[in-house]
Ligand binder design. Structure first.
Ligand code: SAH
Length: 474
């Protein structure tokens, strides 16, 4: 497979500096899956072309296999050695690494300059055809030429195959062009030759920085890049949403009982009282396997870990940053394995049905509902009460009536900027009763924090028990 890069920038020989490869030399590089060669078929002041030729060694690939690469065997007899695939992305990163990162020691200004560039790939398998090629390259400002090859030249009646020669043209920096190719080549091919794991996600986010979050085909690109692994895919989209800015962040990134809300509530030591009340309800239920949904920075999980009753604890949050904070707070990697094995932090959203939440004894949902957009509440109700349906659910939320007692909180304002609503006691009870009835639970209400005669307590808690479940009642 061949990648050809051409510039007409003057002096065009500067391409040699940008690629860190001398135009007069023919150079070879050993890669784990074969060999790469770089050479310049034309090198003049007006026009300079560099080629990256990749010679994939299918036999070496099979010989050097380990367990993870086992599936390469199956590819031994297919098109891999001849078409542009993720092998070419790896070669770009290894052979043109500095150029990909926009580094040019001798001529930094050159690396930062937009210059007329063309790239041609022979041949690129494209699932989705020329339409998909255009939908991906044109929003990035490329002019595109694509030639499709018949499946077999001798048998034109077999029709066209997925193979294209593709040329793209744009005035841009070389590093942007290479980053686009690095991410997109495997996306067109839609197959990966190596194991797709968390580091793939990181690579995608690194190389997609600055363009992917705004791309109209973002979802499809991410899905294909991550080989349709739903968990990685959801994680990537969540992170790309964050990159777009807080207005669109549906993950309540600023959420957490860590910021504004904490300052307001501190004098009451409300957070501690809330955790104490939730812990008491969970203990009383007899639960051993518990969920902490919207776990934030894992303050409840830290308490749960101290009590041996809770054998299995799973915290879920939509915000990766909160999960990372939780991981640090729990010092999971420093706990003895018997302790650490009791806890798992998972990434997910409470408005999507999730099989990982099924089969638990109890779920805590502490100060989370008020972060959900009202139109999503009904999805949340089904996810929790219909599908996960643990025998016990302990749910807390602010009592809006109490807000007037906080002098520092302007009238009519919520306790936290990410709150989408705050309920009065009546509103909460109406909601909770209706949900309990619809999904076969009963619910009791408890005040948390100092109770005011007419306004109630600052936090309200509902403890739901599934009808017919054997949970102890306190
Ligand atoms: N329960 C924690 C955190 C409360 S803050 C505590 O008491 O300290 C609200 C949390 O809900 C945040 O961590 C936020 O990221 C999370 N959250 C918001 N929307 C969510 C959703 N759709 N799915 C899962 N978690 C969500």
């Amino acid at each position: 497979m061949l990648l050809t890069l051409t510039t007409t920038y003057r002096p065009a020989l500067d391409l040699g500096y940008l690629l860190h490869k001398h135009p007069e030399r023919f150079q070879g590089f050993d890669l784990s899956f074969g060999k790469a060669y770089v050479f310049y078929p034309e090198a003049h002041a007006e026009r300079c072309t560099a080629c990256l030729l990749l010679d994939v060694d299918p036999i070496g690939m099979v010989r050097g296999q380990n367990a993870e690469q086992n599936f390469l065997l199956a590819q031994y007899v297919n098109d891999r050695p001849y078409v542009a695939s993720s092998f070419l992305s790896v070669a770009i990163a290894q052979v043109f690494g500095s150029a990909l990162q926009g580094r040019c020691k001798d001529r930094p200004e050159l690396a930062a300059a937009a210059i007329p560039l063309s790239a041609r790939i022979d041949v690129l398998p494209v699932r989705g055809g020329e339409t998909f090629l255009r939908r991906v390259f044109e929003p990035l400002g490329y002019e595109l030429e694509a030639i499709r090859y018949p499946l077999d030249e001798k048998f034109p009646e077999w029709g066209e195959g997925p193979y294209f020669s593709v040329a793209i043209h744009k005035t841009t920096t070389l590093s942007d062009l290479l980053a686009h190719l690095y991410v997109l080549i495997p996306v067109f091919d839609n197959r990966k030759h190596y194991f797709v794991g968390e580091d793939e996600l990181q690579k995608l986010l690194d190389k997609g920085a600055g363009w992917l979050s705004r791309h109209p085909e973002k979802d499809e690109i991410v899905r294909r890049y991550l080989c349709f692994k739903p968990s990685l895919y959801r994680m990537a989209l969540a992170r790309l949403v964050q990159e777009e800015g807080p207005a669109e962040a549906e993950d309540g990134e600023q959420a957490g009982i860590d910021g504004a809300e904490q300052v307001l509530e501190t004098p009451l030591r409300l957070n501690e009282q809330r955790l104490g009340a939730v812990m008491a309800a969970l203990r009383a239920s007899g639960a051993e396997r518990v969920l902490d949904l919207g776990c934030g920075a894992a303050s409840l999980i830290r308490e749960l870990l101290k009590d041996k009753q809770f054998r299995e604890i799973v915290g879920m949050d939509v915000s990766i940053r909160s999960l990372e904070a939780g991981q640090r707070r729990l010092k999971l990697n420093r706990l003895p394995p018997a302790q650490a094995n009791r806890v798992r932090l998972i990434h997910g959203s409470l408005v999507y049905r999730d099989k990982r939440l099924e089969g638990f004894d109890a779920a805590a949902v502490v100060e989370v509902v008020e972060h959900l957009d009202p139109p999503r509440l009904s999805a949340f109700e089904r996810v929790l009460f219909e599908f996960a349906k643990p025998p016990t659910i302990v749910l807390t939320t602010p009592n809006r009536e109490y807000n007037v007692l906080w002098e520092t909180l302007p009238a009519g304002q919520f306790r936290h900027p990410d709150h989408r609503f705050e309920w009065t006691r009546q509103e909460f009870q109406n909601w909770a009763q209706a949900v309990a009835k619809r999904f076969g639970y009963t619910v009791r209400f408890l005040p948390v924090g100092p109770e005011h005669e007419t306004l109630g307590a600052p936090t309200q808690m509902g403890v739901f028990h599934r009808d017919g479940s054997s949970a102890l009642s306190s």
